[in-house]
Design a binder for this molecule. Structure first.
Ligand code: ATP
Length: 580
């Protein structure tokens, strides 16, 4: 299986060959009328042309113009067709690739950064492939054809025209280095600005809630001001060297005019040759002078590809083969160590077994590592030491697909897509019938609430489930899990307070998850874990006790203390209700 999905400039240049050949034909045909017109002028001045010849030559010019336009049109069509298929190809491949990347990748890369690559950078490739590449072909080919024609016509005039070309290329090479550095800076600040904007929009509710809007808006606008003033400075520092470069490119025409005039004065060429050379030289310089602009486009294109490859070049996390024989069984942690980053160890020498079909709970202070254990079972992260086995098989050898079939998780923040309730539930089981969906919703204690909505199961939930309460979202995600029916279930209890009616419904929903399941609850409310077969007590990344509720009350001081604290909180909550 190919792991590196990077894209390369050459791969696209090769595929754009048909459109570049068509444009080359168009350009070559376009030169013919100029030569014919010059020949006609020469014949006219010598009185050697007949009306019939004028009509024939005029006809040839018309045909050439039509053919030039047809080939140009075909080339543009091919170039756009190719560019847009590349555009969607890159986006589809990127989305497919992103799906395979590990959770840690998404922790390191910001959403704004990835959105910017998929939208802006991929669009830049279209701009270059549909417009840049054909124009570059024209800007290279026309000067080349003209230089060769002039060299054949009169070698002295040809050499005069191309005399400044080596100088131009040398100067351009130096200039490119200068621009490339500045351009990298420009690309980075454009990217940062767009990331900041996306983050700003995404966090507006938080900003408003904490009355920080003025401060944050000012910070964002200051960032934009910095960017604009930097771009202005950059434009000035690049404009002058670019103007000089254009002057050098047009220098050939000046040399040609001087050499041509001397040769004309000494009667070494005739007036017609001189005029033709000047006209061709003008076209040569005009076209050649456009090269820096297109070169700039190619820098943007290469930069866009670099950004795309910063995603496509990342190796997928888990490329194991799908294996339909993978079975559920005991989940065993053997000397597991884990760090999110190198400085801090989060899990230290974890040894535990979640027995098949048992009900387990993990308790401990906030930050002790409970959710991290769930993340490792889900394969979101890999242990930095030790091993995790399911039914004796190392989970790093189990494919993502198989692991997701075995394990389901209901997270603290239940995520719902901005589509209908039915479609959200169907994510649990694609082929589920309406009856199965309703059955699952009933078990999850959410059916009545859905039916009370005017559009029932067809109600569109807002982005990230914004139109539903926290408890309703959790019950929907439990219904989704009931449909998925995987043998291992992880419940990351919501830390935030849920009203008692909702808590009661969620508890009932969880009781309906079904028998023969291995359940692991990451408990924030200790009264929900009392009936668990096994409770693991965590402290600072270690398991410091395990057993049933009664056993732990006897053996674990920490657990006893936590239970007492919970009782205090519950009493306090009851008093609050009574007093209100
Ligand atoms: N993505 C991450 N990157 C870096 N550190 C992280 C990340 N996620 C969690 N941590 C750190 O790892 C430690 C354990 O976090 P974890 O979420 O597992 O604790 P927890 O016991 O589930 O906490 P809570 O009860 O508050 O949910 C904490 O110190 C936390 O700051």
């Amino acid at each position: 299986m190919k792991e590196d999905s990077s894209v390369s400039v050459n791969q696209y240049k090769r595929r754009s060959l048909p459109s570049r050949i068509l444009i080359a034909v168009s350009v070559t045909i376009g030169i013919i009328p100029i030569i014919i017109v010059m020949r006609m002028v020469s014949l006219l001045s010598n009185n050697e042309i007949t009306t019939k010849m004028i009509i024939i030559l005029g006809g040839i010019i018309c045909c050439c113009q039509v053919m030039k336009a047809v080939f140009y049109g075909l080339s543009m069509w091919k170039a756009h067709d190719f560019a847009f298929s590349v555009l969607s190809e890159i986006r589809i491949n990127m989305i497919g690739h992103l799906k395979k990347l590990s959770f840690s990748f998404f922790q390191k890369r910001k959403i704004g950064d990835l959105t910017n690559i998929i939208n802006h950078d991929v669009d830049q490739t279209e701009l270059y492939l549909a417009h840049g590449l054909p124009e570059i072909t024209i800007a290279m080919l026309i000067p080349f054809v003209i230089a060769v024609s002039l060299l054949i016509m009169d070698v002295r005039l040809g050499l005069a025209l191309i005399s400044t070309v080596p100088l131009v290329f040398l100067y351009q090479k130096i200039l490119n280095k200068l621009i490339a550095g500045k351009f990298m800076h420009y690309a980075k600040s454009t990217k940062k600005m767009s990331e900041d904007l996306i983050e700003y929009i995404a966090t507006i509710p938080v900003i408003k809630a904490f009355s920080k809007e003025e401060k944050r808006t000012k910070k964002l606008l200051d960032g934009m001001d910095d960017y604009i003033s930097w771009v202005k400075k950059m434009t000035v520092s690049i404009s002058f060297p670019m103007t000089f470069s254009t002057m050098l490119m047009e220098g050939g025409l000046v040399v040609l005019a001087i050499v041509g005039s001397i040769l004309l004065k000494d009667n070494k060429i005739d007036v017609n040759t001189f005029v033709l050379a000047i006209i061709l030289g003008g076209i040569f310089s005009n076209t050649f002078a456009k090269l820096p602009i297109f070169h700039h486009m190619s820098i943007i294109f290469k930069n866009a590809l670099r950004e795309i490859n910063s995603v496509m070049g990342v190796k997928p996390n888990n490329t194991n083969e799908i294996n339909s024989n993978i079975k559920s069984g005991d989940i065993e942690f053997k000397n597991v160590e884990f760090s999110y980053d190198e400085d801090k160890k989060i899990l230290k020498d974890i040894n535990l077994v979640f027995k098949k079909h048992s009900i387990n709970a993990i308790v401990g202070a906030s930050g002790s590592g409970k959710t991290t254990i769930a993340n490792l079972i889900m394969g979101f992260w890999k242990p930095s030491g030790g091993m995790i086995n399911i039914d004796g098989k190392d989970i790093s050898k189990i494919s993502e697909h198989d692991l997701s079939r075995l394990v389901s998780i209901v997270q603290q923040e239940a995520f719902l897509f901005n589509m209908s309730i039915e479609e959200n539930l169907r994510i649990g089981k694609k082929e589920a019938t309406k009856k199965e969906i309703i059955e699952a919703a009933k078990k999850a204690q959410i059916h009545n609430m859905i039916m009370s909505l005017p559009k029932g199961y067809n109600t569109i939930v807002g982005e990230s489930g914004a139109k539903l309460s926290g408890g309703e979202k959790q019950r929907l995600s439990i219904a989704r899990m009931i449909l998925k029916n995987s043998p291992v279930i992880i419940l990351d209890e919501a830390t935030s307070a849920i009203d008692s009616a909702n808590e009661h419904l969620i508890k009932k929903a969880l009781d309906n998850l079904g028998k023969n399941k291995t359940i692991i609850t990451i408990a924030h409310h200790l009264n929900t874990v009392i009936n668990a077969d096994q409770i693991f007590v965590m402290e600072d990344g270690r398991i410091v006790g395990n057993g049933s509720h009664e056993e732990l009350l006897q053996d674990s001081k920490l657990y006893k203390k936590m239970i007492e604290e919970q009782a205090c909180v519950d009493n306090w909550a009851i008093k609050e209700v009574v007093n209100s």
